[in-house]
Design a protein around this ligand. Sequence first.
Ligand SMILES: [Zn+2]
Length: 561
Amino acid sequence: MSLLKRLLAWFQPDTSRPLTQAWLAALWMGLLANWPLWQQLQTLPDITGVRGLVFTVAFAGMVTAATGALLSLLAWPRLIKGLLAVLLLSAGALAHFIGSYCIVFDPTMVVNMMQTDVRETRDLLSWRLLVSMALLGALPAWWLLRRPAAPRQAFAKRLGGNVASFGLGLVAMVLLALSVFADLSSTMRNYKTLRYMVTPLNAVYSVSSAALRGQAAPSGPPAVIGADAHLLPRTDGTKPPLLLFVVGETARAMNFSLNGYARPTNPALAALADPGLLSLQQVRSCGTSTAASLPCMFSPLGRTAFGDVKGTQENLLDVLQRAGLAVLWLDNQSGCKGLCDRVPNSPTTKLPEGAAPLPAGLCDGEECFDESLLHELDRRIAALDQERVKRGLVLLMHQMGSHGPAYFKRSPPDLKPFQPECRSNALQQCPREQVVNGYDNTIATTDRLLARSIVWLRTQASRFDPGMLYVSDHGESLGENGLYLHGMPYAMAPDEQTRVPMLLWLPQDGGLAASLKPGCLQALRDKPASHDNLFHTAMGWMGARADVYKPEWDLLAGCRR
Ligand SMILES: [Zn+2]
């Protein structure tokens, strides 16, 4: 009997309850006020037909679930009706602007709005706006405001109900997202602005984000670490160390033939047949995206502790420079995320004085192939503080690497051994073999860059003790279990995204190799390592010390004589 009552109650919800009102409004806004978004999704070339329809329905469900979840937390008797009325009217207005002008409602738009004067605002008013606000906003708001007063309920019980409803909404959203994850991740990646079309979450996010940004105090300098940084005295007759630290991009360990991959993706490094080259087999990244990994890779803290840092801290580059070494960051990507702000740095497109122009075919006006990193290196070094260079040099190269989804853009025309390759950035549209071909061509491109780097490093052996450390920032999914690209939350990320290649090159006739116990390096091959080791290994490599240096995280420390 009670079950029957409950079922009936489900079909005839008590619309005086704040939670019911929250979910009805979420349904209304999620489905109806987002009509421009649903229309837009139908026009995307990547997902069409039944698949596009399924994706759109799942997406609509996600938007409704997310909106309902958030509103559940605000479902309190004195609050919810007024709040929903404001949101509904805003959603009606947004639907009009997004639908008519294809605007995206992001924080910048909010700032623009606040700086708009009355005259400009008047230009935006139209009868279409009024109709949209009336139908999508005023009508449901009017209905809501006429609902009877909420039934009395104990505070704890209402709180419990709201929290449970929030949780259910989240679970529904996650399940829906997982059901269409491949399409969702690639669509969100390829059409970044879509997220700002999701009404009313775009308004809630953008307004609060703009408000927070306005309030945030100007960020001060990063906290100092390794204030006592110094160099160990160098043995007489030895040359200053030159460490080439190649920061890879989106390379996953399993696609390196050096790590057992069946296809010859490392022909150039293999051809060097250099016994000083070591590929570590068990390396984990710190994050699954550039933004998460890069700062962590250069921090002494390691993955677990890094997440708890408040504000910004100095990094490896600051500490190496403070120890007296020369540091240079060369960037062939979107920049160093603030890491190189206090050391000499340059994009590959900015050449030192007197340098020859970049060879034709290396850059297309928008981006350059990674080989541009090797252009005029001697001249770049000559432009550094020579007192520092005499103590040692850490040269960082930040690659474009295997950055997706347009893998085909990352390998030069003469370096595409794996054919045919996917020539679209809508990866799920290509046969999987073509996606893998395109990706493997980027690995072959990195392979040649690293081999040529070693060749260049050998030319420096008369004045330096050269070496190379290469590591990727995170891996990549290439359609395994329907997943593409990267950026999964670390705890649920597959191995493809967190297992990264790491190469060490210590020439056998070099000073560093001579300072290590014979054969010890080879034992590192199968030892688990991670981005946590990078700061400490680089410090040890350069003979630098500071209070933050942990020898137990220095990969080479155990091998020193
Ligand atoms: Zn990355």
